[in-house]
Design a protein around this ligand. Structure first.
Ligand code: SF4
Length: 207
């Protein structure tokens, strides 16, 4: 059953962030797979600035099997991420004919690709919505707003899928990310300036 509160939150956030959109730049599913692997615990603007050059140099899955660490060295954990991208690209070639797959069960078999990344690829590259991308902003904002009592991303995703109509599963992540950056910040939210303050229980907020 969808929640009236989730509905009000979405309506309010849509008014507040009318220009909300997906935050990583890409032109095809392979580029998005690479960008999402790079984006774990790394700022989107850093990822976008690195991939702007990276995608000029590396075009195919075969190119990415030879990814050099030095080409992504300004990204957090670049060694591990370079390895994941090389291995994921090898698997894309070996198992999926060089094309990033468009099914959740296939995507999560790729190194560096968990459910969050797979959801991001499915939603944004293939327009296939089977879940909700639960990133660090969604974890924090959904909890504070009382849309979940969980801290585990997969449980939060289930709670949000139950509360939010499917038509909004794509946009809810973007809206919460915008709100999490602008107002509901970690560690200190600016509740006095928040459009949701009236209906927010501010769970876990201490000041
Ligand atoms: S009222 Fe405070 S805790 Fe609640 S959403 Fe707004 S900023 Fe976040």
């Amino acid at each position: 059953m969808f929640s009236a509160k989730a509905d009000e939150i979405i309506k309010t956030l849509k008014k507040e962030y009318p220009e909300t959109k997906y935050y990583l730049k890409f032109s095809n599913p392979l580029q998005l797979m690479v960008a999402t692997i790079l984006s774990a615990q790394c700022r989107d603007n850093v990822v976008n600035s690195v991939t702007a050059k990276l995608f000029q140099k590396y075009k195919t899955a075969s190119d990415f099997t030879k990814l050099k660490e030095e080409d992504i060295k300004s990204i957090t954990f670049f060694n591990n991420k370079a390895k994941s991208i090389r291995e994921a690209s090898k698997l894309v070639i070996k198992k999926f004919g060089g094309k990033v797959p468009d099914r959740m069960e296939d995507l999560v078999t790729l190194p560096g690709v968990g459910r969050k990344t797979a959801n991001a690829i499915l939603i944004n590259a293939f327009d296939k919505v089977v879940g909700i991308v639960v990133d660090t902003h969604v974890i924090r904002v959904a909890y504070r707003l009382g849309l979940t009592k969980n801290t585990n991303p997969e449980k939060i995703e289930k709670d949000l899928m139950a509360a939010v109509p499917k038509a909004e599963w794509k946009r809810i992540t973007w809206l919460m990310k915008d709100h999490g950056r602008a107002v509901c910040r970690a560690p200190a939210p600016i509740c006095s300036k928040c459009v949701l303050s009236r209906i927010c229980p501010k769970n876990g907020v201490t000041k």
